[in-house]
Design a protein around this ligand. Sequence first.
Ligand SMILES: [Zn+2]
Length: 224
Amino acid sequence: MFIGHYASAFALKGAVPKTSLGMLFVATQFVDILFFPFVNLGIERLKIVPHYTASTHFDLEYYPFTHGLLATVLWSLLFYWVYRYLVNNGKSFSKQVAWAMGLAVLSHWFADLIVHTHDLPLLGDHSPKMGFGLWNYRHLTFATEVSLLVLGLMYYLRKTKGHSFWGKYGAILFTGFMIFAGFLNLYILPPPENTIALMISALVSYGIFSVLAAFVDRARHANS
Ligand SMILES: [Zn+2]
């Protein structure tokens, strides 16, 4: 999944307003942010196979350290711990924010579960693998990602308010931009040349989205 991951970032920001939306964007994609470098370092494996599914160009061969359910739980606990005891230590809201950040990391696996084929391991690589396979249906994949994202956005808009033009419409424009990027990714762009090109395009888009999310959110405030 690509843009649909940000639904949980918007929703968690709506639920716990003290959390940084930019960092929630990083957290929901955290295991992918590790995955692409891990592939190029030879720690995990992905093979580029054009049109492997109706929606993707890669065979996800081996990635228990980033996309195993057990590993994802451990990464979420790490985020929880960092936000509870390092980033916001001693502050009254540290527990809530830590929960939000941990859940954001964990949400990645469950969102991936909807679209991936049977390649998401529960524990290590030899444990049972899961995936509902929506990637085999391109329009359905796009519709699901957009619906999730819009639902997350709507909740965020309900729980926060903005007064300036940017505060009122920034998040909507930004979501439109993400939907456009998701459309390009699914329907227009050719398969990546190699895993380095794939890593760069993934990390650059995650980076841009996280910075824009932080920027959009600065103009909005929690409902009091
Ligand atoms: Zn993923």
